[in-house]
Design a protein around this ligand. Structure first.
Ligand code: GCB
Length: 596
């Protein structure tokens, strides 16, 4: 799905700001039929959970309602008028005045409503949006709703981060011509010093199409006609990690000589490939340094914030991170665009976190109930996962920063039924995008000798906490466990990367001993991991868990959130930040000990 942009034929109105807000039960039934009866206002974009002092709002399970007035610009007569929600977490319903105009399931991908027939240029309408935070066995991510002895609905889920909900990304009103560009797909290659740009344009109706590629100065470097074709950019400047370069593809829909629609999609020319045990970008081995991140900040929850965006990328540059994983859901499009412009490499992950009931069994790894069964995660779950993959790839396919799809985080990939669940999803992902490698992160119970999906993936991403959840405080034992585990994965003959390793750390707690939770322990724990990584041949990268401390649901393992951040939640460095900085700033995208 194309991001709405202002172009010579399209106009865009941003609907962010304060909206009337209330949760179901505290506002009238059918709130879309009139003015929302509430004293509250909520900012968009922001999760609503941490805004209010009332615990009934923070713990609410079900629909929450947002409402505002919107005026359609008077010049839009004759244009199609659309609403675009960058995300409504986890399900959305949209009403224009009394009328339902859109429904969407999935909290991290965008959706639109064509409202041309129910609004008029120059007139106002009442926009009401319902957002549900419910997670069940057939949502992605999954969860479970129970009713306690007091009749209160409770939401539980299989991930530790807090289930923030609401309108956490921007909302737009935009105009588009009747005959327009629906979609653009761009795939690039390298031929000597030239770049090749395969493009495919989908239009809303049969029409002539013209495309032009412009470089960063605006000079035309290639052009073509027809809905599909290949452009050649001689003397191309490649998009490289740490040295981004973007071109624009200007796509025009023609009626004779008249341009009826124009849309510009930025792109970078680069290749990605897995060869043997190497991960290659533009044919050169790439070693990932960086983090699993979260979209998480105080007060805003998962609300997108450009200030944190800029600051987080500054800190990543400071520390020598060349990449990150969008753990555990697709991030705001602004984040990927920023990564595109600044040469940061992204592993783009779905929201399929917690397809795993074995984790409930604690460290025994025994599932109290099977993960894959008609009663637990079933065909309907897989259909939701497939739909999520379609929407993710439709949204993110043209970002040069995205070099790999991560189809799930820590599924129960060693359990019966895992292959049957994942094989069709992996086939679908490869059909949707044959150009990018695939991975999925392996939970601690999934080992090289019992994992059932590793042979279907291109890169083996491993999450391990030896020295934290296992062999706590005993780094010597942890080191032997880790080395044995990783060497077994490496023997499978594919690139291996550490997608998560980390230790909870209380800023300000210090110790001369290997004391868990101290700043020194986090640093020693990371150094122990690095010693092992440097001994494993097939290793292609290290992503520390996590970039920053983040909020979690209540639980005895967490004190005001997960504290595995290398930075605090307000982005102050812990001691380990300096440890990582001295290691990563020397690596320059390369594995330690390799030439280059
Ligand atoms: C994991 C999960 C991640 C958790 C982390 C932890 O394996 O993938 O979401 O936050 O462990 O800190 O326990």
């Amino acid at each position: 799905m194309l991001k709405p942009r202002p172009t010579p034929t399209r106009e865009l109105v941003n609907l962010d700001g304060l909206w009337r807000f209330g949760v179901a039960g505290r506002v009238q039934d059918e709130p879309w039929t009139g003015r929302l009866e509430t004293p509250l206002e909520a900012p968009v974009p922001a999760s609503y959970n941490d805004l209010f002092t009332d615990p009934a709002i923070r713990d609410h399970v079900g629909w929450a309602w947002y409402q505002r007035q919107v005026r359609v610009p008077r010049g839009w007569d004759g244009e199609r008028v659309l609403l675009r929600f960058d995300a409504a977490t986890h399900a959305g319903r949209v009403y224009v005045d009394d009328r339902l105009v859109a429904e969407h399931v999935g909290g991290y991908t965008p959706f639109e409503a064509d409202i041309t027939d129910v609004v008029s240029a120059g007139q106002e309408f009442r926009l009401t949006v319902g957002v549900s935070n419910e997670l069940t066995n057939v949502t992605i991510p999954p969860g479970k709703i129970t009713v306690d002895q007091f009749g209160t609905r409770k939401q539980t889920y299989l991930h530790d981060f807090y289930n923030y909900a609401g309108l956490a990304r921007s909302v737009w009103l935009y105009s588009r011509p009747a005959t327009h560009v629906e979609d653009v797909t761009i795939r690039t290659g390298v031929d000597g010093s030239a770049g090749t740009v395969d493009y495919a344009v989908r239009t809303s109706a049969a029409a002539d199409v013209r495309v032009r590629a412009l470089d960063e100065t605006g000079a035309e470097v290639g052009s073509g006609t027809g809905a599909e074709g290949t452009l050649r950019i001689d003397g191309v400047t490649l998009w490289r990690p740490g040295a981004a370069y973007l071109y624009d593809l200007v796509v025009e829909v023609l009626d004779g000589d008249t341009v009826v629609d124009s849309y510009t999609e930025p792109f970078g020319v680069r290749t990605v490939e897995v060869r043997g045990t190497e991960f290659l970008i533009n044919g050169e081995p790439f070693y990932f340094t960086g983090f699993g991140k979260h979209e998480d900040t105080p007060v805003r929850g998962k609300g997108h914030d450009d200030a944190y965006l800029v600051h987080d990328f500054q800190l990543m540059e400071w520390i020598g991170a060349n990449s990150f994983r969008t753990a555990h859901y697709p991030y705001a499009e602004e984040v990927l665009e920023f990564a595109d412009r600044h040469g940061i490499v992204v592993i783009d992950e779905t929201a399929a976190v917690g397809i795993n009931l074995a984790v409930q069994g604690g460290l025994t790894g025994l599932a109290p109930e099977p993960t894959f069964s008609p009663e637990t995660f079933n065909d309907e779950t897989r259909a939701a996962h497939a739909q999520h993959l379609r929407e993710l790839i439709a949204r993110d396919k043209n970002h040069p920063s995205v070099v790999m799809w991560c189809i799930a985080n820590e599924p129960s990939s060693n359990e019966e039924g895992a292959r049957e669940y994942f094989e069709p999803l992996i086939r679908l992902t490869r059909e949707l995008d044959p150009t990018r490698p695939l991975t999925s992160t392996a939970v601690m119970f999934a080992r090289a000798d019992n994992d059932l999906i590793a042979d279907l993936l291109d890169v083996l991403s491993i999450n391990r906490y030896f020295g934290w959840y296992v062999a706590t405080g005993d780094l010597a034992t942890a080191e032997t466990y880790l080395e044995g585990d990783l060497r077994a994965w490496a023997a499978l003959g594919k690139p291996v990367m550490m997608a998560e390793y980390g230790a909870d750390t209380m800023p300000g707690l210090h110790s001369v001993w290997d004391q868990p939770w101290s700043e020194e322990y986090q640093a020693s724990y990371l150094e122990m991991n690095h010693r092992v990584f440097d001994r494993v041949e097939a290793f292609v990268g290290e992503h520390v868990w996590n970039f920053a401390d983040f909020q979690t649901s209540n639980g005895i393992h967490r004190v005001d959130g997960n504290k595995k951040g290398v930075f605090t939640r307000d982005r102050k460095p812990k001691t380990a930040a300096h440890t990582l900085r001295s290691r990563w700033r020397g690596l320059q995208n390369r594995k330690p000990g390799t030439a280059g």
